[in-house]
Write a protein that binds this ligand. Structure first.
Ligand SMILES: Cc1cc2nc3c(=O)[nH]c(=O)nc-3n(C[C@H](O)[C@H](O)[C@H](O)COP(=O)(O)OP(=O)(O)OC[C@H]3O[C@@H](n4cnc5c(N)ncnc54)[C@H](O)[C@@H]3O)c2cc1C
Length: 282
């Protein structure tokens, strides 16, 4: 039988992780599904578990001049209700699961699960999110894009916890988020898109595009973005096809029960086109 530990403080959790190998459980909304029993028996965890969602020190959302800081245990619904939360993050959370799930699930759990279809990831990549990772003797900060290394693969040692999300503030002129799913809520994405831009004096000062569920990790290419920053809106519109073509080879979706690769690729390219049209119309 597996053992479980309910950690009440960060220090207790980090000491426990340093001394023993545990599966971390926060809201448990992914873990319960992945370990569910199909025979009506209770959930069958394969490893001892440490439940961290009662650690209050990790439940907050705050800001300073440069960044927004979200404690790893902050529930999606709390983030949704906060005045500090950027609009595009609210847009994505509103389309995640249902209120009941959002009252227990966390962003750290969506990150820890590292599914290419994890909805918050596309927006967190767009916002250049960083993570604070702690072990009993060390604290490190890593970009989310470097933390997720593949499908369900993360760069986390056994004795470490994600403790904080650090989201740099942006001053986008406009943002755009689209989740393509079979219905409006409680649905896993077929694919998703997040974009943001800043225009000053008719010049593109910032341009970011992220795509979810069309590759093993979220797609975001700073190289492509750089090529189109610094030009005028008219020049961007003139070069729309060039921009779309630049993303084409990066988009390598799979066929699965939710959709197929042709549909995903076509819609992903259409969403880039739609995003550029929004800039044109602005
Ligand atoms: C009905 C239903 C609907 C859903 N709908 C959506 C949806 O629309 N979009 C979507 O993206 N997801 C959806 N999900 C999946 C899930 O709710 C999210 O991924 C959620 O954000 C997971 O958070 P959690 O706190 O429950 O994670 P948990 O299940 O507790 O953990 C998930 C993973 O993250 C790790 N982890 C958690 N916290 C930490 C930490 N602090 N440090 C290190 N590792 C950690 C765990 O070890 C585990 O591997 C849905 C799930 C259900 C059951």
């Amino acid at each position: 039988m597996v053992k479980s530990l309910i950690a009440k403080s960060l220090n207790q959790a980090l000491e426990a992780l340093d001394n023993h190998s545990y599966q971390i459980v926060a809201g448990g909304t992914d873990m319960l599904i992945q370990n569910r029993s199909h025979t009506g028996m209770p959930i069958g965890y394969k490893q001892d578990i440490i439940y961290i969602n009662l650690i209050d020190e990790l439940n907050y959302i705050k800001e300073d001049k440069e960044n927004i800081y979200i404690g790893a245990n902050t529930r999606l619904e709390t983030i949704l209700e906060s005045d500090i939360t950027p609009k595009i993050l609210k847009d994505v959370i509103l389309e995640m699961a249902s209120p009941a799930i959002r009252h227990t699930a966390t962003l750290a759990g969506n990150i820890g699960n590292a599914s290419p279809a994890g909805d918050s990831l596309v927006v967190l990549y767009l916002l250049d999110c960083k993570l604070e990772i702690k072990s009993i003797n060390n604290t490190r900060t890593v970009f989310l894009k470097d933390f997720i290394t593949g499908v369900r693969k993360i760069a986390l040692n056994n004795n470490e916890l994600i403790t904080k999300l650090i989201i740099p503030k942006t001053n986008f002129t406009n943002i755009y988020f689209r989740k393509v799913g079979p219905r409006l809520s409680d649905a896993i994405s077929k694919l998703s898109f997040a974009g943001g831009y800043l225009i000053e004096n008719n010049q593109i000062k910032d341009l970011r595009i992220a795509l979810g569920a069309v590759y093993i990790t979220i797609i975001r290419s700073r190289e492509i973005e750089k090529e189109f920053i610094g030009i005028t809106v008219d020049e961007l519109v003139e070069n729309k096809e060039k921009l779309i073509k630049a993303y084409e080879p990066l988009i390598k979706p799979i066929d699965d029960q939710r959709s197929n690769r042709n549909y995903r690729k076509k819609v992903a390219l259409n969403l880039i086109k739609e995003f550029i049209s929004k800039i044109e119309e602005a």
